[in-house]
Design a protein around this ligand. Structure first.
Ligand code: UTP
Length: 296
């Protein structure tokens, strides 16, 4: 069985839900408390034991690459100013992991973005993490998936339960329970089902562990909804050919590419922040008292 060594992080999307904030700044660089969203995601990858990140980028996303790069000028200035702690922190970020970038020249969809990684990934299973999907958990979500892969040796999609009236916003899977904890064998998969057309509440989130055959299917998938190459169509084909598991990960997921999801991530992370948590909690309590909310 091949080890999981590589993680693909597509960040080439337009981020239209967050305009105008994302006109000149990639949504993955929006700050959650004290670091950009993408840093949390790369930290999850590193904590899961991955060796290489493949970023799928587009024009206007160079700030993401720069964030993980070594900045000689900045380091020299910080050295002159004797800002040791800051230098150490920046040096930690730039040496987190090896990062390779591949350009997606047109935003032809998530499926196409992943297909762009085929030559760098090669013939081995790999992880995909969406650049705006944050998961907080005791054991990193990707690590949970790798541990399951070590038992099932097949592709895995991470899922969460969502309210039935929201299933139309997600890729939904229907599956059969297995003997393994929180693990289902995928039977059907539908991208954004019309209300009332699916009995399942199991929604695919932005973490996938995929066998390299996915590239064959992505290469032959014709553009679907909105002229984009959809990942779900290729996942379904892969699942029919080899089988696939859905894993209800342990942890909490935030869609940081959506304004409300982004705000929820900020509040939860700020409340747990060692330096800010206590004061932020006091502030929230004062806000609640001020606004006469039920929680105060
Ligand atoms: P989203 O569905 O969030 O699309 O993509 P988006 O364009 O980034 O954002 P909105 O919906 O317009 O606000 C999910 C992930 O797939 C990447 C995005 O960067 C994001 O990480 N993606 C999407 C690509 O890399 N290329 C694409 O063509 C589309």
């Amino acid at each position: 069985m091949k080890r999981i060594r590589k993680a693909v992080i597509p960040v080439a999307g337009m981020g239209t839900r967050f305009l105008p904030a994302t006109k000149a700044i990639p949504k993955e660089m929006l700050t959650i408390v004290d670091r950009p969203t993408i840093q949390y995601i790369v930290e999850e990858v590193v904590a899961s034991g991955i060796e290489e990140v493949i970023l799928i980028t587009s024009e206007g996303k160079s700030a993401i690459e720069n964030h993980f790069d070594y900045d000689f000028q900045l380091d020299t200035v910080l050295k002159q100013k004797k800002k040791r702690a800051l230098r150490d922190e920046l040096s930690k970020i730039s040496s987190l992991i090896d990062i390779v970038s591949v350009r997606q020249k047109e935003p032809l969809g998530l499926g196409h973005a992943i297909w762009m990684a085929r030559n760098v990934v090669g013939n081995e299973p790999f992880l995909v993490l969406l650049g705006d999907d944050l998961v907080r958990s005791k054991k990193p979500c990707c690590r949970q998936m790798i541990d399951l892969y070590n038992q099932v040796s097949e592709s895995i999609v991470a899922i969460q339960r969502v309210p039935r009236d929201q299933t139309y916003q997600y890729g939904i899977i229907e599956g059969e329970e297995t003997e393994l904890d929180r693990t289902f064998k995928v039977k059907r998969m539908v991208e954004k089902p019309a209300p009332g057309t699916s009995n399942s509440d199991m929604a695919i989130i932005g973490r996938y562990l995929l066998m390299p055959e996915i590239f064959d299917f992505l290469g032959t998938t014709t553009p679907g909804h909105g002229g984009e190459i959809q990942l779900t169509d290729a996942l379904l084909a892969l699942s029919n050919k080899r089988g696939m598991y859905a894993y209800e990960f342990e942890g909490k997921r935030y869609d940081a590419g959506d304004k409300l999801g982004y705000l929820k991530a900020i509040v939860d992370i700020a409340l747990d922040h060692p330096g800010l948590g206590a004061s932020f909690r006091e502030h929230l309590q004062a806000v609640c008292a001020d606004k006469d909310c039920a929680c105060s």
